[in-house]
Design a protein around this ligand. Sequence first.
Ligand code: HXC
Ligand code: NAP
Length: 292
Amino acid sequence: MAQLPPDVDEDDCLPEYRHLFSPDLLRDKVAFITGGGSGIGFRIAEIFMRHGCHTVIASRSLPRVFTAAKKLTAATGQRCLPLSLDVRDPPTIIAAVDEALKEFGKIDILVNGAAGNFLCPASALSFNAFKTVLDIDTAGTFNVSRVVYEKFFQDHGGVILNITATLGNRGQIFQVHAGSAKAAVDAMTRHLAVEWGHQNIRVNSLAPGPISGTEGFRRLGGFLNSQKLRSLGIPLQRCGNKTEIAHSALYLVSPIASYVTGVVLVADGGAWLSSLNSTEMLPGLPSFPTKL
Ligand code: HXC
Ligand code: NAP
């Protein structure tokens, strides 16, 4: 049985780290990571940097990415450039990508990790709430990919990793917005893999299950105690942690996956295959006012 890599719940670096892959796996690569200031994106940045990569971490809140970059550089000794952008707003993306290219001269890896989500029944979801999540997750992933392609990947190749979810695979309750958004991103992964493959661009999705120590988990599963979690029916009987997701990301962006493109790697302990998916698993939820 593989040993579970340790993790910490906060947006802090790991106090210690044992390499499973070669520490040089991403030596001198540059990764542009949206949503890299927190949660899964922060740990992906850390694990990439522990394998020799420099990073750009970008999200709306400059203080958030600035603080994160200081922690990441202190823990790994690699360079980390914090930048502000809104993935819904192309001019801010163009400015950030230009800044990254000015600083590093190249981008090898793009991780589209920025996302927004909340639990809400379809019957209570406003038009704007549905649109907001699709704008961030789906249009945002396209927008950033399009800019990085235009500015660098079309001439030099590269790797794109889209962080998605399995919500739409079975139609998870209260998740019509995020499930639809992420399913569209998985389709986008296949389209871009086919269209951009001849330019030496690989495009893959990574779909985590419930991951502890994240905003996503606090919003979607934070009300579940550990006993309830075990009884949800996840085959591996537990949530995942951020380091486990970062290791899957590391594999997909690295040369080990050089012939892998257009796939969705699910890292969820088997959860989507067999977990419960009904309103009974959501005790004590607030009532949702309906609003158009
Ligand atoms: C219902 C909601 C809502 C909620 C917002 N809205 N929160 N509706 N329930 N809890 C509605 C608002 O009323 C508004 O509609 C519309 O959504 C836009 O809201 P804003 O607050 O103006 O949007 P914005 O400031 O752009 O913020 C986006 C956000 C926010 C998604 C709403 O929560 C955010 O910034 N999230 C980023 C962090 C995050 O979500 N992390 C978790 C990712 S986890 P009206 O009609 O009133 O104008 C994940 C997958 C997890 O993605 C999968 C787990 C298995
Ligand atoms: P998180 O910490 O809230 O990460 C989301 C990040 O996106 C934040 O850093 C946020 O920073 C950024 N962001 C949100 N809207 C943005 C926008 N419009 N423009 C730019 N950046 C924006 O949540 P997480 O749980 O770690 O999720 C990370 C990724 O994993 C997401 O793609 C999520 O869908 C996916 N995922 C998570 C889980 C889980 O269990 N946590 C499961 C499946 C999939 P700012 O607020 O500073 O913008």
